[in-house]
Ligand binder design. Structure first.
Ligand SMILES: C[S@@+](CC[C@H](N)C(=O)[O-])C[C@H]1O[C@@H](n2cnc3c(N)ncnc32)[C@H](O)[C@@H]1O
Length: 393
């Protein structure tokens, strides 16, 4: 096993390599954030985590594994908790592989860099982070702003205790509290910036109410299709307006904003019979985060989820019982639909509308938040093309 000195030396090399890659990808333009990524030791926050094992399993990794450090400093999300249960890691270690739903992680460094950049912090800014998780992102904030200006909250008290200890080991002592971040954190308000590292179906009004007018809230939207990273400028009181960011981040949802997946229903729909018809639309148009149509598809088909069942089959479904199964074979696309609404027909209509609007990408969409409603819109707040955020959940 490597000595502590060797670990630190290797870690520094891996860390600098990661930071260089983020700079090369244009994600770390600000030298002060680069310094934070160069210097904050991510491995201190990730002594153990889970590695995904295809198709649906998780294996345990810790600092005794040979590739631990290289995994820690890969540009990858690292899941650190399954099913809200700290004992799952031990079970995975004992049995080799387990199944479970991720409930905490250290986010992908590229997305962290995008969100930190979107926060546009200045010296002296007071920041609230929702979703402490491992504490690594809080450490980056402390490195940049100083720990007296950083408050971070997580709904999971065990995670908070561990993160607080790890932050302290690195010399950081932010306010680190176990509480439901859906209510913000009033004792340290007002904030100049609020950063949520868990996704929300609607932006909690408390975050805007606790941000000074002109301050900034950055969060990901938890939409079943299309997600969306948004940057909102706070107004007076619980309101604000902003833009959807070009880059996207998929985050685990705030616990109260989860969409539980009905595994039995998925199994049934994966085999459900029906008449098949050809379609020109490839499944990737709706199932791939890289598709420029995906964000719009989520707006026009609210509540519809796309699930990749295997490399050739994608399932769309809605809680009203509607479903569509898209299959590709030798470059030909076919679809079978069932339930009250023909979802693939609706998707094709949405795709035609998207083409007629000039194929709008994420950067053309914005968001308005008022006490009684939250809306996404195309091009301008008064656009005839607008969608209620509540419907998107
Ligand atoms: C993607 S992880 C956060 C990653 C973290 N920022 C880091 O650097 O490791 C999302 C976190 O949000 C937390 N979370 C979920 N619901 C929450 C809520 N209602 N209030 C506060 N935190 C919540 C989860 O417990 C989880 O730790």
């Amino acid at each position: 096993m490597a000595t502590q000195d060797e670990v630190e030396r290797h870690a520094r090399r891996f860390r600098e390599r990661l930071a260089r890659a983020l700079v090369r990808d244009g994600l770390l333009a600000d030298a002060r954030w680069r310094a934070a990524f160069d210097e904050v030791p991510r491995h201190e926050f990730l002594p153990r985590f889970f590695r995904p094992v295809a198709p649906n399993g998780w294996a345990a990794v810790d600092l005794t594994d040979d590739d631990w450090l290289s995994q820690v400093y890969a540009n990858r999300v690292l899941v650190t908790q399954l099913d809200g249960d700290p004992s799952r890691w031990d079970k995975a270690r004992r049995t080799g592989e387990i199944r479970g739903v991720p409930t905490s992680s250290s986010s992908m460094p590229a997305i962290m860099a995008v969100m930190l950049d979107a926060l546009s912090v200045a010296a002296g800014d007071r920041v609230l982070e929702i979703g402490t998780g491992t504490g690594y992102n809080a450490a980056l904030l402390c490195h940049r702003l100083g720990d007296t200006l950083v408050s971070t909250v997580d709904v999971d008290a065990t995670l908070v205790t561990t993160a607080r200890e790890r932050l302290a080991r690195c010399g950081y002592h932010p306010t680190c509290v176990a509480t439901d971040g859906a209510h913000g954190y009033l004792p340290d308000a007002p904030y100049d910036r609020v950063l949520s590292t868990c996704a929300v179906s609607v932006v909690p009004l408390s975050w805007l109410a606790q941000t000074r007018p002109g301050g900034i809230v950055v969060t990901t939207l938890n939409r079943p299709l299309g997600a969306g990273l948004v940057r909102v400028i706070a107004g007076e009181g619980p309101c604000g307006s902003g833009r959807v960011l070009v880059d996207d981040g998929r985050f685990m949802p705030l616990r109260a904003h989860r969409h539980p997946v009905d595994e039995a229903m998925i199994t049934t729909l994966a085999e459900a019979p029906g008449a098949s018809r050809p379609t020109d639309l490839p499944a990737a148009a709706v199932a791939s985060p890289a598709s420029p149509f995906e964000f719009y598809a989520g707006l026009d088909l609210p509540g519809v989820t796309a699930l990749t069942l295997n490399p050739t089959t994608v399932l769309l479904f809605h809680q009203d019982g509607s479903w569509a199964r898209h299959h590709t074979s030798r470059g030909r696309h076919e679809v079978i639909q069932g339930g009250p609404r023909p979802l693939w027909d609706e998707l094709e209509t949405a795709h035609a509308r998207w083409l007629s609007l000039g194929r709008p990408r994420r950067s053309r969409f914005g968001i308005t938040i008022e006490p009684t409603q939250q809306q996404l819109w195309l091009d301008a707040p008064d656009s005839p093309y607008n969608w209620s955020l509540g419907d998107q959940a």
